[in-house]
Design a protein around this ligand. Structure first.
Ligand code: KG4
Ligand code: ZN
Length: 351
């Protein structure tokens, strides 16, 4: 089964062709990702209007490249998948409408994907992994712990009460004068820093409900930076390292709380999966590996290029759905907000 996948929910324009074999294994035939970073960098964050225009300008070419690299004719596709939300609505409309046009012209099924579901299922593209599993989804817009029981069956057991973890990395970077996007910049600076120099709070640690709260940590960083102003390069490195250490401690504790929570309701995950842009962070990856070993649970973290937004994850989620005949009508709506556990996107004139 060959799927074209289109991703345009934020600042990456991406198209990919992914193959799913009858036994459920996946192969990436192409995965073209065009980042708009340079266009947004002067503004220190993603500007929705610029993002939508950039998607319109490059998407056709990105799709063409993905098809060429895969060596696939449009007629060989079994379906077309696109992220239908959640995300910046202008971009979502561009990707979904393009997918609808291709689906209509080819008379091949359309699969409208929840972007979070695409992150959630990526682990099964690169790994033989059976349901159920515990997913830690950590990106710029989302921080969630989700129990993944089947394609389309997701239970959110924890979420953030304020900022997403990626957002906290981005805001910390901005505060310290580091470039956008903040995550990779903070990680780079932290390499030269002392993670113990500043004793930052670890919000929510020890609480039984597996939720996150990051705004207190962000404020603490600001106060520490103000206390020692003007800050030197070494101060910035130490602040980055201390911030990363605090976030990592929080993540480990919250994952343990989620596992306990699942245990109380008699649910046993086969593995822990980490996904989303923040999963590219080495310290977080290494610490999660240590935790998984101590818990004797397999850990799956996709390679960094499949953790950040990409078309292959959307194509793969499309293949997983198509294999179960879960396709969508051409009047399915794009959605700016779309929690993972509330069911399919609305169609036609429904709300
Ligand atoms: O999943 P993603 O590409 O886009 C969203 O759907 O949000 O995640 C982007 C987020 C940004 O906040 C970025 O700063 C963060 O992931 N990020 C990282 C790293 N690489 C990207 N955070 C920490 N360490 C990294 N190495
Ligand atoms: Zn994402």
């Amino acid at each position: 089964m060959l799927l074209l996948g289109i991703e345009t929910t934020c600042d990456e324009t991406s198209a990919a062709v992914v193959e799913r074999a009858g036994n459920g294994s996946g192969t990436i035939r192409s995965n073209i990702v065009l980042s708009q970073l340079d266009e947004h960098r002067p503004f220190g964050g993603v500007v929705p209007e610029i993002a939508a225009r950039a998607h319109v300008q490059v998407l056709d070419e990105v799709i063409k490249k993905a098809m060429e690299k895969a060596g696939v004719e449009f007629s060989a596709l079994d379906g077309v998948a696109a992220s239908a939300g959640p995300g910046l609505i202008g971009g979502v409309i561009v990707g979904l409408t393009t997918a609808k046009a291709i689906s209509f012209a080819l008379e091949k099924p359309l699969v409208a994907i929840n972007h979070l579901e695409a992150h959630a299922l990526t682990a099964r593209l690169i790994h033989k992994l059976d349901f159920p599993y515990l997913l830690l989804l950590v990106s710029g817009g989302h921080t969630q712990l989700v129990f993944v029981e089947a394609v389309g069956a997701y239970t959110r057991i924890g979420t953030t009460r304020d900022d997403a973890i990626g957002e906290a990395f981005d805001k910390t970077a901005k505060l310290l004068g580091l470039p956008y996007p903040g995550g990779p910049a903070v990680e780079r600076c932290a390499l030269d820093g002392d993670p113990k120099r500043f004793s930052l709070p670890r919000p929510m640690i020890g609480r039984p409900e597996p939720d996150f709260s990051l705004s207190g940590l962000k404020t603490a960083i600001r106060l520490e930076a103000e206390k020692i102003a003007p800050i030197s390069r070494q101060d910035i490195a130490d602040l980055c390292a201390s911030f990363q250490a605090a976030i990592t401690d929080v993540i480990v504790d919250r994952v343990q709380a989620a596992l306990q929570n699942l245990g109380h309701s008699g649910k046993t995950p086969n593995a822990i999966v980490v996904a989303g842009g923040v999963a590219a962070n080495r310290t977080i990856r290494n610490t999660m590996e240590e935790l998984a070993i101590s818990l004797r649970l397999p850990l799956v973290i996709p390679p960094a290029e499949l953790c950040t937004d990409n078309g292959a994850m959307v194509a793969w989620a499309g293949a997983e759905r198509l294999a179960l005949d879960m396709t969508d009508p051409l009047d399915i709506k794009p959605r700016a907000r779309w929690p993972l556990d509330i069911g399919p996107a609305p169609v036609g004139n429904s709300a």
